[in-house]
Design a protein around this ligand. Sequence first.
Ligand SMILES: [Zn+2]
Length: 66
Amino acid sequence: MSKSTDALSTIQERCLYCDRETSHKISIIIITESKSEENSEFSREPYRVSRCMQCGRETKERMNNA
Ligand SMILES: [Zn+2]
């Protein structure tokens, strides 16, 4: 499950697929991860998603490693 926030901006960033700097749309999403079926503990992890506006590919990075 994921939930979008309203944080949207566009930056210049290198795209691995285009192999050059392109415009990327940046958004931060919070993904709720359930650990396992035995445990009802949930962890909510922020991810930074950058979408290349040239090729449309998305790169997702976890923002903190807990
Ligand atoms: Zn690209």
